[in-house]
Design a binder for this molecule. Structure first.
Ligand code: SAM
Length: 282
């Protein structure tokens, strides 16, 4: 018996490629009494694929806790329930926190069935430091709130991970360049595990320009990963030293081009760094 009575299972499901469902996730979904999900029609497609027939219960995180209370009542009465979200790991930029808190407070056993998560998948292939990272979820939609959030993250040493909507990606990348300068290393993982999966990497300036110029890069689901403050500084110690020397003798544009030729990298990033060194960061 894979599932136990009176237990809440938090089950990760694929972020695009249905073959990413784990054996244990499939067994738990087949074994529970009911499955709580965000969108019953969406989740029914996954269950059809797995050939599992189970009652689906729509679950939305209401601030009054009514949905949580109903599920906790069912759990307390002995039912086993799985929580899934539309994709990936529940609670990661998805509902579930209140339910888990309520279930634990009621003494219900809560079991994780780990699996896909877009943030972790993107981090694992971005080539940016992964020893410390901060999951920042979605940035606020309003420019003033978004800029404030970016400012608050400016000194964070950890690698920063964002989820972003396709219609906001151009604006958000431009806001990151404005907030932190364009020289930080960054990566965008788009449509991960799906047919048109891409991973772009480069400086923030390069990515902002590339995405703005290519409508295809403004479609689909995406994760943006940006090097943290200290990682960036340590990677530019040599760049800063060389560029500072060159700036004593040459105009900024020429110094940036020579530094890029000497050290490798792109002229635009050195230009941004030069602006910062001259105290005129964009
Ligand atoms: N719980 C999910 C997880 O574990 O990743 C995230 C849910 S959140 C509502 C949806 C966001 O996750 C998307 O807007 C996108 O930023 C990111 N995402 C989900 N699937 C993705 C994929 N296949 N490739 C890139 N990003 C993805």
């Amino acid at each position: 018996m894979v599932t136990e009575r009176a237990t809440l299972y938090i089950v990760a499901t694929p972020i695009g490629n249905l073959a990413d469902i784990t054996q244990r996730a499939a067994a738990v979904l087949a074994g529970v009494d009911a499955i709580a999900c965000e969108d019953t029609r969406h989740s029914q497609r996954l269950l059809d694929h797995l050939q599992i027939k189970k009652p689906l219960r729509a679950y939305h995180e209401h601030s009054d806790g009514s949905a949580d209370n109903k599920l906790v009542e069912s759990l307390a009465a002995g039912q086993s329930i799985a929580l899934i979200s539309d994709a990936g790991t529940p609670l990661i930029a998805d509902p579930g926190y209140r339910l888990v808190a309520a279930a634990r407070a009621a003494g219900i056993k809560v079991v994780a069935i780990p699996g896909p998560c877009a943030a972790v998948a993107a981090l694992s292939i971005a080539g940016l430091p992964s020893d410390q990272f901060r999951f920042c979820g979605f940035l606020p939609a309003r420019a003033s709130a978004r800029n404030k959030a970016l400012e608050q993250l400016a000194d964070d040493r950890a690698t920063l991970i964002f989820y972003e909507a396709p219609h906001r990606i151009v604006e958000s990348l431009a806001a990151m360049v404005a907030a932190w300068g364009g020289q930080r290393r960054a990566a965008i993982g788009r449509e991960l595990t799906k047919t048109f999966e891409t991973l772009l990497d480069g400086s923030l300036t390069e990515l902002a320009e590339r995405v703005a110029a290519d409508r295809d890069q403004q479609r689909g689901e995406m994760v943006v990963i940006v090097a943290g403050d200290s990682a960036e500084q340590s990677s530019t110690v040599e760049q800063r030293r060389v560029l500072s020397v060159l700036l004593r003798e040459l105009p900024l544009k020429r110094a940036a081009a020579v530094a890029a030729e000497l050290l490798g990298g792109d002229k635009r990033s050195f230009y941004q760094l030069g602006l910062a060194l001259q105290g005129r960061d964009s």
